[in-house]
Design a protein around this ligand. Structure first.
Ligand SMILES: [Zn+2]
Length: 155
């Protein structure tokens, strides 16, 4: 009698755990679908067409990659980008040039981190710029293993 009771109890507990875990997992999956995970570990600029990924390279130059909705690389066309780094030693403006399919900064981001970076994206040179602001944090996120400035786990 007592043993039976235990078994039922265990079953209910197991079911509850499995169900709870299932709900948690599907919620996580749904969130991942909403957030596009850019292929090269960089930051996705929201609501641009095509999708734009900003990557801070190891040498502190910045690369801008372009993707379609399936996250396949597409070549840059008339889009232009300017980056303004609001570093402790003063503002630095990075201009970009076309290099193959991507845009590459002609100069590097200033030393240090924790400063704000503003990205001015223009669909064409005459278009109104879209501004994106983020904090430069190059530490690796413990959860998604990307640099914090490009973290996708909402951390
Ligand atoms: Zn993360």
């Amino acid at each position: 009698m007592n043993k039976n009771h235990m078994t039922i109890h265990t079953r209910i507990l197991t079911f509850a755990l499995a169900f709870g875990l299932g709900v948690a997992l599907s919620a996580g999956a749904a969130e991942k679908e909403k957030q596009l995970i850019t292929p090269k570990g960089g930051k996705l600029l929201e609501k641009t067409e095509p999708h734009v990924e900003l990557v801070v390279e190891k040498d502190r130059t910045v690369t801008i990659n372009f993707y379609n909705d399936q996250l396949k690389s597409v070549p840059v066309s008339a889009q232009t980008v300017t980056v303004i780094a609001d570093a402790k030693d003063g503002k630095a403006k990075l201009e970009f040039e076309k290099k193959g399919d991507v845009l590459v900064s002609k100069t590097k981001l200033p030393e240090g981190e924790g400063y704000n970076v503003v990205v001015q994206f223009k669909q064409t040179s005459e278009a109104k710029p879209q501004n994106f602001r983020f904090k430069l944090d190059l530490h690796t996120c413990g959860e998604c293993k990307r640099a914090e400035y490009a973290c996708v786990c909402g951390h």
